[in-house]
Design a protein around this ligand. Sequence first.
Ligand code: SAH
Length: 395
Amino acid sequence: MKSIRLKRGRERSVMRRHPWIFSGAIDRVEGDPQSGDTVEVFDHAGAWLARGAYSPISSIRTRIWTWNADEGIDAGFFKQRIDAAVDARGALRDDTSVNAYREIHAESDGLPGLILDRYVDLRVVQFLTAGVEAWRDAIVSILASSGECAGIYERSDNEAREKEGLPQRALAAFGEEPTGETTILENGLQFLVDVRQGQKTGFYLDQRENRRIVRSLVRGKDVLDCFCYTGGFTVSALAGEAKHVVSVDSSENALALARRNVSLNGFSADDCDWIQGDVFAELRAFRDRGASFDVIILDPPRFAPTAATKQRAARAYKDINLLAFKLLRQHGKLITFSCSGGVSPALFEKIVAGAAVDAAISAQIVKWLSQPQDHPVSLHFPEGRYLKGLVCRLA
Ligand code: SAH
């Protein structure tokens, strides 16, 4: 039998149903488990606790599949978990203003390491950990045989796989390789998504509700969309009748697609300002030339993927938020996000408050933002709540 035995006291997090077991919690490994093998988890006294996937390289040495001794880990197990997750998205499936959403959100759907996003009839899958990698073929065949999609594209080219000792892979796992972009609908707006080359699985589906909120805040306003990627917030702001939008991103490809997304929705890309550059530098340049805005959106990439990189990330967040506060007109709004797992909502609020103090402005929080229902957070896995945002209003 392949198994791990925990050190005394280290069973507590497992008993609270947290799915991660770190290498430091493990006293003994038995049966020589290989990458992705199923292991039984015992406490220090030999009592059975759970069953999980072994990952010999990752500091998260085991991710738990089940706390139910009767539940075996086989294709049937994956079919059940996949069906449950997909069924839970029923409301989005029925919503005619949306046809792209997350169908499986890894740990929070009981499937550590598995991401599944739907773009109309194309599914994009990511196998991020040793456990799901071992079940890759079974999972692809379950997804393909459900008859719910025309194709499955695999984007297992995420840096997370390096920590698991897994190679990078991007290919059509089922059906034909998609050619060109897929046109999706979000909040009734159209977006082109490049699932092969785009960031993550192609689109930041987790900002759907926040884009709707931005749309409701910008009528007649001068808007600055920082880290605009393919224009999710830019197009939403135009749909909300913003007076003018300036969009900044460092990626030339992202900006090119953003322009096309603006046009696709019937707005003029030439009426917007597009800046390819570093947001940190561009915000300073705006400050130096005395520019100002009514609404500023800050949606940076993950500055702190882990708790260890928190300090450096905190400085980066503070820097851009401070600069943005200084560019806001009276009663202007800052809509600011962090998608760093290593930065808690409380810490993020503290960083933004610190930025306001250093910018010598007074502001209030008028709304707390988070991730939508298709990116649920397991109550046992607070790390699943990675996206947090604030709408701050300047006094
Ligand atoms: N707001 C976007 C998602 C942002 S993702 C949306 O709604 O879809 C983060 C973006 O920041 C990426 O497009 C990346 O190209 C860009 N980026 C990363 N570092 C940057 C920097 N220093 N300056 C400008 N853009 C940056």
